[in-house]
Design a protein around this ligand. Structure first.
Ligand code: UT7
Length: 339
């Protein structure tokens, strides 16, 4: 017998929510430990300060706050969320997932829930999955969370990372729509440069170690220049493909919300894609640093706060990072929140 399936439908972002931890840490508090300076960090990255969660504030504490805002702004109750996708590389448990911890916090313990690991591209990967789930009818309302507590996995004495990474969480709800609200995702990897950003050693090294043996904590490490060159030369073409796949051109786009890794990378992508000045470019890195999977929803939320006219307009989202992996798609930005 031929199997039957549900009719395809369109999906869109219904809302966005964000949470930034209260503790703002200026470059001056970081620079001393890495023989750097506020001036160097600002010039090379555009970062002036970033937020770190407190020692008792967990990744899921932050994610829950962002999720509750997104769900309320979508005009939904928590039990109307039928799937949670949590993109993170900093949940300190292999199992069960951070997504199921979110379910318990929301008092909805029955919905589908899972985590994904695609680092700084993770939010765009999750948006792609959620779009497919809603389109195929396997879920009606998907909560997508990008959240990181990178301060737990960054060595404050590592000159290559200490000034970049930060903490925060952003969330969107993706649901059914009359029109196409999420364009095709252009994604992939350059896995031959897998080691350009990594956390090591593996947990097995800790298990194998003799009692008392000093083993390095798995902090994030990166070859900054390798990642920088890759992003600068290869991400613009990915963005252009995503714009084209959505049936747009750079001059019909309204906004660009890139992963916030480095202001100079953002400049290079804008130039490479020849985005006209009419395209609003979200630059959240100055006071947020690089929050990996959280950076795009945080930047999107801040942009809509300061530019409410961009609600329901079309934005290119583009994430890239450890793997090396990347993903971009054009989305219709969330509408003005329901009261
Ligand atoms: O989310 C995705 C993951 N990460 C990224 O996207 C990061 C991509 N990479 C970058 O953003 C940049 O490569 C960095 C910001 C990490 C570094 O900037 P850079 O312009 O690539 O610096 P560099 O490594 O080429 O070093 C330039 C100079 C060197 O000195 P000399 O040889 O020119 O005298 C370094 O020794 O800057 C020196 N340097 C520093 N100075 C002060 C390197 N790190 C530091 C530092 N403070 N932290």
């Amino acid at each position: 017998m031929t199997l039957q399936t549900k009719p395809r439908r369109n999906a869109r972002m219904l809302s966005v929510g964000a949470y930034r931890p209260a503790n703002a840490v200026h470059n001056n508090e970081i620079a001393g430990k890495i023989d750097s300076s506020d001036e160097w960090i600002q010039q090379r990255t555009g970062i002036e300060s970033r937020n770190f969660a407190g020692p008792d504030e967990s990744l899921v504490d932050m994610a829950e706050k962002a999720a509750r805002i997104a769900i309320a702004r979508a005009g939904l109750a928590a039990d109307q969320i039928d799937a949670v996708i949590f993109s993170t590389i900093t949940y300190p448990y292999q199992a069960p997932s951070a997504a199921t911890e979110i379910l318990t916090r929301l008092g909805n313990t029955h919905s589908a829930a899972f985590d994904i690991s695609a680092a700084c591209a993770g939010f765009c990967y999750a948006v792609s999955l959620a779009n497919d789930m809603v389109s195929a009818g396997t879920a009606n309302n998907v909560l997508v969370i990008g959240g990181e507590k990178l301060s737990d996995f960054t060595d404050p004495y590592d000159r290559a990372t200490a000034f970049i990474f930060a903490d925060g969480a952003g969330a969107v709800v993706i649901g059914a729509s009359d029109q196409v609200g999420i364009g095709p995702t252009v994604w992939g990897a350059n896995a031959e440069t897998r080691e350009a950003i990594l956390m090591e050693p593996s947990w097995l090294e800790h298990k194998k170690a003799n009692k008392g043996e000093a083993i390095k904590w798995p902090d994030i490490a990166q070859q900054g220049q390798t990642v920088f060159r890759w992003a600068v030369y290869e991400m613009g073409p990915v963005g252009l493909k995503a714009i084209e796949a959505a049936g747009l051109t750079p001059d019909t786009l309204d906004a660009f919300v890139p992963h916030q890794a480095n202001d100079r990378i953002i400049d290079a992508m804008v130039k490479g894609m020849k985005l006209p000045e009419s395209v609003y470019v979200a630059r959240d890195i100055r006071f947020s640093g690089n929050t990996s999977a959280a950076s795009i929803p945080l930047a999107m939320d801040a942009m809509l706060e300061t530019h409410p006219e961009l609600h329901s307009k079309n934005a290119l989202l583009l994430g890239f990072g450890a793997g090396l992996v990347f993903a971009g798609q054009v989305v219709e930005l969330p509408p003005v929140p329901k009261k």
